[in-house]
Design a protein around this ligand. Structure first.
Ligand SMILES: *Cc1c(COP(=O)(O)O)cnc(C)c1O
Length: 386
């Protein structure tokens, strides 16, 4: 028999300090290993309501339409955009990295007239430019932006952007894939209308689920559509019948039962620790990393006020070898970090301190490994020169 069938797959033991997925706690993995039950089992329905409540707490919202889409963050992006936009609708999308760019592509496929607003990668979205664009184009229905740009390590001022959008009568769609549980999110206070996140970043859950939330205003907008939502699967008016209140739940799709066990456990752990404590732990890990890399002569790409604690973009010095260092971290130290993307390819390393990753012992392990590899490379360069 083919070797592939004789042996089960055993994953190597890695420390995930890249842009996601992040390390998963053994309690979460164990929760996932529970027996599969029916997705309409009364006890499963109890689990779903608890997940909903814990997601509402994490997003700081009372939105009824809060649940987890059965797919990764990108499917949450599809869900938010495709439920809201109808062909011909104008949407303003801020592009300061990979994910704002992806948002534009999704909106285009949904038939929207996309007005992209570009910012240099490594800088935040400028709320004033959003306002100028909204004044210039009078009929913009939606404003889309990324709260925490994982491709650059930048956070944008969600509260200011949402306030401007609201002032001009536009609904706000926010990507919170990397921000949720890593930095504060206050959906109701800020007035965000649709948000999507991901399970595998600061929630430290395996990939494959996307928490989403829609304001009552957004839900009303979806109900008033003239055309059906392009995706049957993502149509929130139907998904809500499955995730919704205490009324009889109707079959819509088979929920990823075991993945939801994992999400429940990771949310439970988050709220046991406390949101504020989680933000503080991410901040502390970031500051520890910053002081360590500064001692190694390395610098961050992003200006201080806009830095994400959970995603650190480090400028690659001219003396270092990008791919070689990342390969050595993985092969010799079992540590995964991320490469730069697009215009930042070869220019930055992306170090994620997300969820379980944001702990002092992990930062120490990474710093020691970096130190060793960099001095090894320096010695090699010296011996080549002599
Ligand atoms: C990771 C990420 C996504 C996409 O999520 P997937 O789970 O990879 O589909 C979207 N936006 C941001 C900001 C991300 O970091």
């Amino acid at each position: 028999m083919n070797r592939t069938f004789r042996e089960s797959f055993l994953p190597p033991t890695r420390l995930l300090l890249g842009p996601g997925p992040s390390p998963v706690a053994s309690e979460v993995l164990m929760a996932m290993a529970g027996q599969t039950i029916g997705h309409l089992d009364p006890s499963f329905i109890g689990l779903m309501s608890e997940i909903k409540t814990m997601l509402q707490m994490a997003f700081a919202t009372s939105n009824e339409a809060t649940f987890a889409v059965a797919g990764p963050g990108s499917l949450g992006m599809d869900a938010c955009l495709l439920n809201l936009i109808e062909p011909g609708d104008k949407i303003l999308i801020a592009r300061n990295g990979v994910f704002g760019t992806r948002m534009c592509e999704v909106a285009l496929r949904g038939g929207a007239q996309v007005i992209p607003l570009d910012f240099v990668w490594g800088t935040p979205v400028d709320p004033q430019s959003i306002e100028d664009a909204l004044v210039h184009h009078r009929d913009i229905k939606f404003v889309g932006f990324v709260h925490a740009e994982t491709s650059t390590g930048v956070q944008s001022d969600a509260s200011a952007i949402a306030a401007i959008a609201r002032k001009h009568g536009a609904l706000t769609i926010m990507d919170a894939v990397t921000s949720l549980a890593g930095i504060p999110i206050k959906l109701d206070e800020w007035g965000i209308d649709a948000v999507y996140s991901g399970s595998q970043k600061c929630l430290s859950c395996p990939p494959g689920l996307s928490p989403v939330s829609f304001s009552p205003r957004a839900v009303e907008h979806v109900k008033q559509r003239k055309t059906p939502v392009l995706s049957w699967f993502l149509d929130i008016t139907q998904v809500m019948a499955y995730w919704g209140g205490d009324k009889a739940r109707a079959y819509h799709h088979t929920a990823p039962v075991n993945s939801l066990y994992a999400l429940h456990e990771s949310l439970r752990r988050l709220h046991l620790e406390g949101l504020e404590a989680s933000f503080e732990r991410h901040r502390a890990a970031h500051l520890q990393l910053l002081s360590g890399i500064t001692a190694l002569g390395l610098e961050l790409l992003v200006d201080e006020p806009y830095r994400l604690p959970q995603l650190n973009a480090i400028k690659i010095p001219s003396t270092a070898h990008d791919a070689q260092l990342r390969a050595s971290l993985l092969n010799d130290f079992n540590i995964e970090i991320g490469a730069g993307l697009g215009p930042l390819a070869g220019k930055i390393w992306r170090i994620g301190l997300m969820g379980e990753g944001a702990r002092a012992e992990n930062v120490d392990r990474l710093l020691n490994a970096l130190k060793e590899i960099m001095s090894r490379h320096a010695n090699e360069a010296l011996s080549m020169a002599s």
